[in-house]
Unconditional design. Sequence first.
Length: 92
Amino acid sequence: MFFALSDVTRRRLLDRLLDEDGQRQSQLTAGLNVSRQAAVKHLEILEQARLVTVDRAGRAVVYRLNRFPLRTIKSTWIDRFTEHRVRIDCGP
């Protein structure tokens, strides 16, 4: 999952889904300045990391943000490090 989040293009795709969930591939990747093949590869990586879900209906492909893994990262990593930092800043 961290590999999927390490790329700026993939983070931009997630940001777009956060702003407007349930987008078709063409809408989601418009204006990214990457080739169609590169965009598809980025979306595949996000899907494999379970950061997005994909609904396929015929030729239509709709991507949705899967918030659960992001919440897990927040509660498992970010909150723990933030709590640790607060303890360091405030003293024992």
